[in-house]
Design a protein around this ligand. Sequence first.
Ligand SMILES: C[S@@+](CC[C@H](N)C(=O)[O-])C[C@H]1O[C@@H](n2cnc3c(N)ncnc32)[C@H](O)[C@@H]1O
Length: 208
Amino acid sequence: MSSTDALTFWNGVHGARPAATAPRPNARLTESVTDLPPGDALDLGCGSGGDALWLARRGWRVTAVDVSSVAVERLAALAAAHGLGERIGARRHDLRESFPDGRFDLVSAHYLHTPLELDRATVLRTAAHALRPGGRLLVVDHGSTAPWSWNQDPDVRYPGPEEIAGRLALDPATWTVERADSPRRTATGPGGETAEVTDHVLIIRRTG
Ligand SMILES: C[S@@+](CC[C@H](N)C(=O)[O-])C[C@H]1O[C@@H](n2cnc3c(N)ncnc32)[C@H](O)[C@@H]1O
Protein backbone atom coordinates (compact mmCIF):
# COMPACT_ATOMS: atom_id res chain seq x y z
CA MET A 1 0.00 0.00 0.00
CA SER A 2 1.48 3.35 -1.01
CA SER A 3 1.84 6.45 1.14
CA THR A 4 -0.90 8.12 -0.91
CA ASP A 5 -3.24 5.29 -0.04
CA ALA A 6 -2.43 5.65 3.67
CA LEU A 7 -3.12 9.38 3.42
CA THR A 8 -6.40 8.74 1.62
CA PHE A 9 -7.46 6.00 4.03
CA TRP A 10 -6.74 7.92 7.24
CA ASN A 11 -8.05 11.22 5.85
CA GLY A 12 -11.25 9.30 5.13
CA VAL A 13 -11.41 8.03 8.71
CA HIS A 14 -10.74 11.42 10.30
CA GLY A 15 -12.77 13.40 7.76
CA ALA A 16 -15.82 11.21 8.38
CA ARG A 17 -15.96 12.49 11.98
CA PRO A 18 -16.78 16.04 12.94
CA ALA A 19 -13.73 17.99 14.12
CA ALA A 20 -13.41 17.55 17.89
CA THR A 21 -13.52 20.76 19.87
CA ALA A 22 -12.35 19.26 23.16
CA PRO A 23 -10.74 15.86 22.50
CA ARG A 24 -10.03 13.90 25.68
CA PRO A 25 -6.60 12.52 26.59
CA ASN A 26 -6.08 8.80 26.86
CA ALA A 27 -6.38 7.35 30.38
CA ARG A 28 -3.03 5.54 30.20
CA LEU A 29 -1.29 8.78 29.25
CA THR A 30 -2.68 10.75 32.14
CA GLU A 31 -1.95 8.02 34.69
CA SER A 32 1.61 7.52 33.41
CA VAL A 33 2.70 11.12 32.84
CA THR A 34 0.98 13.17 35.54
CA ASP A 35 3.98 12.92 37.89
CA LEU A 36 6.68 13.52 35.26
CA PRO A 37 8.33 16.94 34.90
CA PRO A 38 7.46 18.53 31.55
CA GLY A 39 9.97 18.53 28.71
CA ASP A 40 9.86 17.66 25.01
CA ALA A 41 7.23 15.13 23.97
CA LEU A 42 6.52 13.36 20.71
CA ASP A 43 3.05 11.95 20.01
CA LEU A 44 3.09 9.29 17.27
CA GLY A 45 -0.24 8.97 15.45
CA CYS A 46 -1.79 11.86 17.34
CA GLY A 47 -5.27 11.54 15.80
CA SER A 48 -7.64 14.21 17.08
CA GLY A 49 -5.00 15.49 19.50
CA GLY A 50 -6.44 14.98 22.97
CA ASP A 51 -3.09 13.74 24.25
CA ALA A 52 -1.08 16.58 22.67
CA LEU A 53 -3.41 19.23 24.11
CA TRP A 54 -3.31 17.64 27.58
CA LEU A 55 0.50 17.50 27.52
CA ALA A 56 0.82 21.08 26.29
CA ARG A 57 -1.50 22.32 29.04
CA ARG A 58 0.85 20.68 31.54
CA GLY A 59 3.85 22.55 30.13
CA TRP A 60 5.22 20.01 27.64
CA ARG A 61 6.48 21.13 24.23
CA VAL A 62 4.78 18.67 21.91
CA THR A 63 5.57 17.45 18.43
CA ALA A 64 2.41 15.69 17.27
CA VAL A 65 2.60 13.66 14.08
CA ASP A 66 0.07 11.82 11.98
CA VAL A 67 -0.14 10.55 8.41
CA SER A 68 -3.50 12.30 8.04
CA SER A 69 -3.39 15.91 6.86
CA VAL A 70 -6.96 16.28 8.17
CA ALA A 71 -5.87 15.27 11.68
CA VAL A 72 -2.77 17.47 11.62
CA GLU A 73 -4.56 20.56 10.29
CA ARG A 74 -7.39 20.16 12.79
CA LEU A 75 -4.96 19.82 15.67
CA ALA A 76 -2.95 22.88 14.58
CA ALA A 77 -6.19 24.92 14.45
CA LEU A 78 -7.33 23.59 17.83
CA ALA A 79 -3.97 24.30 19.46
CA ALA A 80 -4.08 27.89 18.17
CA ALA A 81 -7.69 28.30 19.34
CA HIS A 82 -6.70 27.13 22.84
CA GLY A 83 -3.65 29.42 22.98
CA LEU A 84 -1.31 26.41 22.75
CA GLY A 85 0.02 27.05 19.25
CA GLU A 86 3.51 27.80 20.57
CA ARG A 87 3.65 24.51 22.48
CA ILE A 88 2.30 22.13 19.84
CA GLY A 89 3.96 21.49 16.50
CA ALA A 90 1.52 19.42 14.46
CA ARG A 91 3.34 17.74 11.57
CA ARG A 92 2.37 15.33 8.85
CA HIS A 93 4.60 12.27 8.69
CA ASP A 94 3.98 8.87 7.24
CA LEU A 95 6.01 6.97 9.82
CA ARG A 96 6.79 4.32 7.23
CA GLU A 97 8.82 6.95 5.39
CA SER A 98 9.94 9.68 7.78
CA PHE A 99 10.38 10.33 11.49
CA PRO A 100 10.49 13.78 13.09
CA ASP A 101 13.86 15.28 14.02
CA GLY A 102 14.66 16.02 17.63
CA ARG A 103 15.35 14.44 21.01
CA PHE A 104 12.54 13.81 23.44
CA ASP A 105 11.85 13.22 27.12
CA LEU A 106 8.68 11.36 26.25
CA VAL A 107 7.55 9.52 23.16
CA SER A 108 3.96 8.38 23.29
CA ALA A 109 2.35 5.95 20.85
CA HIS A 110 -1.28 5.33 21.76
CA TYR A 111 -3.18 2.77 19.73
CA LEU A 112 -0.86 3.18 16.76
CA HIS A 113 -2.81 0.51 14.91
CA THR A 114 -3.57 0.57 11.21
CA PRO A 115 -5.02 -1.94 8.76
CA LEU A 116 -2.30 -0.85 6.35
CA GLU A 117 1.24 -2.11 6.43
CA LEU A 118 3.37 -0.47 9.15
CA ASP A 119 6.64 -1.80 10.57
CA ARG A 120 5.87 -0.77 14.13
CA ALA A 121 9.00 -2.37 15.57
CA THR A 122 11.17 -0.12 13.39
CA VAL A 123 9.12 2.97 14.25
CA LEU A 124 9.21 2.22 18.00
CA ARG A 125 12.92 1.36 17.93
CA THR A 126 13.59 4.68 16.20
CA ALA A 127 11.48 6.35 18.91
CA ALA A 128 13.54 4.69 21.66
CA HIS A 129 16.72 6.01 20.06
CA ALA A 130 15.21 9.52 19.90
CA LEU A 131 14.84 9.63 23.69
CA ARG A 132 17.15 11.68 25.84
CA PRO A 133 18.79 9.80 28.71
CA GLY A 134 16.09 9.48 31.38
CA GLY A 135 13.32 9.77 28.78
CA ARG A 136 10.46 7.31 28.38
CA LEU A 137 8.74 5.54 25.52
CA LEU A 138 5.07 4.87 26.33
CA VAL A 139 3.34 2.38 24.05
CA VAL A 140 -0.33 1.65 24.64
CA ASP A 141 -2.02 -0.91 22.40
CA HIS A 142 -5.41 -2.52 22.31
CA GLY A 143 -5.44 -5.85 24.10
CA SER A 144 -9.06 -6.70 23.30
CA THR A 145 -11.70 -5.84 20.72
CA ALA A 146 -14.19 -3.19 21.77
CA PRO A 147 -17.75 -3.77 20.47
CA TRP A 148 -17.44 -0.59 18.38
CA SER A 149 -14.01 -1.42 16.91
CA TRP A 150 -13.66 -1.34 13.11
CA ASN A 151 -11.86 -4.68 13.38
CA GLN A 152 -14.20 -7.44 14.59
CA ASP A 153 -12.02 -10.26 13.22
CA PRO A 154 -12.39 -13.05 15.85
CA ASP A 155 -8.90 -14.31 14.98
CA VAL A 156 -7.19 -10.98 15.59
CA ARG A 157 -4.13 -11.38 17.83
CA TYR A 158 -2.93 -8.65 20.16
CA PRO A 159 0.77 -9.08 20.99
CA GLY A 160 1.41 -8.44 24.68
CA PRO A 161 3.74 -5.73 25.99
CA GLU A 162 6.61 -8.15 26.66
CA GLU A 163 6.38 -9.40 23.10
CA ILE A 164 6.38 -5.83 21.76
CA ALA A 165 9.42 -5.02 23.90
CA GLY A 166 11.18 -8.14 22.60
CA ARG A 167 10.59 -7.09 19.00
CA LEU A 168 12.36 -3.78 19.63
CA ALA A 169 15.55 -5.67 20.57
CA LEU A 170 16.90 -2.75 22.59
CA ASP A 171 20.20 -3.04 24.44
CA PRO A 172 19.36 -3.53 28.16
CA ALA A 173 22.47 -1.54 29.03
CA THR A 174 20.73 1.55 27.65
CA TRP A 175 16.97 0.86 27.85
CA THR A 176 14.98 -0.65 30.74
CA VAL A 177 11.41 -1.90 30.74
CA GLU A 178 9.67 0.00 33.55
CA ARG A 179 6.16 -1.28 32.98
CA ALA A 180 4.67 -4.11 30.94
CA ASP A 181 1.15 -5.12 31.89
CA SER A 182 -2.39 -5.51 30.58
CA PRO A 183 -4.82 -3.53 32.73
CA ARG A 184 -8.55 -3.37 32.09
CA ARG A 185 -10.70 -0.26 32.04
CA THR A 186 -14.20 0.85 31.16
CA ALA A 187 -14.10 2.54 27.75
CA THR A 188 -16.71 4.76 26.12
CA GLY A 189 -17.57 4.21 22.46
CA PRO A 190 -18.49 6.81 19.84
CA GLY A 191 -22.19 6.52 20.65
CA GLY A 192 -21.66 6.91 24.39
CA GLU A 193 -21.92 3.15 25.06
CA THR A 194 -19.46 1.59 27.51
CA ALA A 195 -17.54 -1.70 27.61
CA GLU A 196 -14.67 -3.30 29.52
CA VAL A 197 -11.51 -3.36 27.42
CA THR A 198 -7.91 -4.45 27.93
CA ASP A 199 -4.91 -2.26 27.18
CA HIS A 200 -1.38 -3.48 26.63
CA VAL A 201 0.90 -0.95 28.34
CA LEU A 202 4.65 -0.78 27.82
CA ILE A 203 6.97 1.86 29.28
CA ILE A 204 10.64 1.74 28.36
CA ARG A 205 13.08 4.15 29.96
CA ARG A 206 16.34 5.20 28.37
CA THR A 207 18.93 5.02 31.12
CA GLY A 208 22.09 5.90 29.24
C1 LIG B 1 -6.24 4.19 16.08
S1 LIG B 1 -5.76 5.84 15.76
C2 LIG B 1 -5.17 6.42 17.36
C3 LIG B 1 -5.15 7.92 17.46
C4 LIG B 1 -4.73 8.52 18.82
N1 LIG B 1 -3.35 8.19 19.14
C5 LIG B 1 -5.65 8.09 19.93
O1 LIG B 1 -5.21 7.45 20.88
O2 LIG B 1 -6.85 8.41 19.84
C6 LIG B 1 -4.24 5.62 14.85
C7 LIG B 1 -3.66 6.92 14.33
O3 LIG B 1 -2.42 6.64 13.67
C8 LIG B 1 -2.37 7.38 12.47
N2 LIG B 1 -1.52 6.62 11.54
C9 LIG B 1 -1.81 5.46 10.93
N3 LIG B 1 -0.80 5.06 10.13
C10 LIG B 1 0.16 6.00 10.25
C11 LIG B 1 1.45 6.19 9.66
N4 LIG B 1 1.94 5.30 8.76
N5 LIG B 1 2.18 7.27 10.01
C12 LIG B 1 1.68 8.19 10.89
N6 LIG B 1 0.47 8.08 11.47
C13 LIG B 1 -0.29 7.00 11.16
C14 LIG B 1 -3.82 7.49 12.01
O4 LIG B 1 -4.08 8.57 11.16
C15 LIG B 1 -4.55 7.64 13.34
O5 LIG B 1 -4.69 8.99 13.71
